[in-house]
Design a protein around this ligand. Sequence first.
Ligand code: URP
Ligand code: ZN
Ligand code: ZN
Length: 468
Amino acid sequence: MSQHFDLLVINAKIVTASDKFQADIGVIDGKIAALGKNLGTATQIVDASGLLALPGGVDAHCHLDQPQDFGLRMADDFLSGSRSAACGGTTTIIPFAAQIKGQSLQAAVTDYHQRAQDKSCIDYAFHMIVSDPTPEVLKTELPRLIREGYTSFKVYMTYDDLKLNDRQILDVLDVARQEGALVMVHAENSDCIGWLTDRLVSEGKTTPQYHGVSRPQAVEREATHRAITFSELVDVPILIVHVSGREAIEQIRWAHGRGQRIYAETCPQYLYLTEDDLGHGDYDGAKCICSPPPRDRANQQVVWDGLQHNVFAVFSSDHAPFGYDDPHGKKLRGVEQKFHHIPNGIPGLETRLPLLFSGGVKEGRISIHQFVAVTSTQPAKLYGLYPRKGSLMVGSDADIALWDPDREVTIHNQMLHHNVDYTPYEGQTVTGWPVMTFSRGRLVAKNFEFLGQAGTGEFMSCGKPMLL
Ligand code: URP
Ligand code: ZN
Ligand code: ZN
């Protein structure tokens, strides 16, 4: 029976985490209503011949408009961040609602809703950051918020204003076990970093390159092992975020070998940047300061191997946007600022997918199905958004990225849509680019041009994690 659609994407080669097939996509009211051939008529027809139709990306780790201390300000709010994501083929973002110590979790969530609504042009959900697990938070607020659809939250093992001690992490994990939530862990040993930092500073070693020296792999390995142990003791799955190299990966593989449910995430910076990008005494290296820091080429290879062998469930940007030439960003105290006072984080919402597509799929390291799995399907499952997000199925949201798999693009900051004055990937040439992005059937980006509208993105409350 012939139907009338709002949108028909015809002649697409559809790729999901498991399948590849030729079909037309019929969209009604923002949802995929039919997949097949000769489906009917439509108000808008898009011919996708020669293009791949992939589920829009789900970027499950990004920081937008997160309040900062000491005059710092994130360069991206929910409009510029979501715009940039859309232009890079991402249709769902899951930023963080960060609890400030002393604040209730509910206040943090309410604050972030205000920051996002009327701004985000693609759909979004929130992870919470639990920085102050008071008895009230553990007994009342956290269980209630989980039931209301905030089913994942991050805990930090480092950063003075965010970190929890071991006992507090165990308490938080226990709530996650009781309520069926997923805890994301930033695994770096705070005291080791503090001790190494003090030693470096006392020796006058304060330029950005020492950021990496103050956070060697051993501090990430130890914390990763400790988090895995906590997961075992409490008997709850966890997800280790932004894994940077061999030593943490060895711990995760070890846990997998023992049958533990430890999920892991990595990010483009651990595939494309190295410690050399932190500079050799010059301040420019501040651009690439993030934690854990980028390692070396051998470690990049181990991260690629981890992607190839499905050690990683999720590939996120960890977009944490601070301007470089910016008195509210990387140059808060000018270029004399010591490395441990430089805000951590790099931009990456728009470049996440092309970098992995190019280095991974085009260079034969991972299959296109693995690409879809780690960038869309698996984050949607783990964070309770599947099957609304993360696949192209009848009934799913019509979040579609049409990719030209052969398009060669040299990345320059001026073509990106974030509000940051640099990209760490300046001059990097990639093959493959999402040339059209649809968010619930609306064309939000085409050929590097943003066509969306502030405020059209919807907040999604998340279901329980669908464990892989
Ligand atoms: O350096 C980073 N990764 N900054 C963002 C905050 C975090 O820990 O994810
Ligand atoms: Zn982190
Ligand atoms: Zn982060």
